[in-house]
Design a protein around this ligand. Structure first.
Ligand SMILES: [Zn+2]
Length: 80
């Protein structure tokens, strides 16, 4: 299952309201996020493979078990 493309069309960066692009996250980042969200998923291990990167500020919002986490505090910082 993947995130609904129509939902992705509607989502914008909560910081700057710019468009987002879907990207695959590195394995190490996925592992770190699975650890971070494990406590919030009591009955299952969360799955993290992709994120949504802002085309403007480059923050990346993780997609956890097909749910985009659009929280500024939980965004991954821009690379580089
Ligand atoms: Zn942004």
């Amino acid at each position: 299952m993947a995130v609904d493309p129509e939902l992705l069309e509607l989502l914008v960066c909560p910081t700057c309201k710019a468009d987002l692009e879907l990207l695959a996250l590195p394995a190490a980042t996925c592992a770190m996020l699975v650890d971070r969200y494990r406590d919030k998923f009591r009955d299952e291990v969360p799955e993290v493979h992709e994120g949504l990167r802002c085309t403007s500020c480059r923050k990346t919002y993780p997609i956890v078990s097909d749910i985009p986490v659009m929280l500024i505090d939980e965004a991954l910082p821009a690379e580089g």
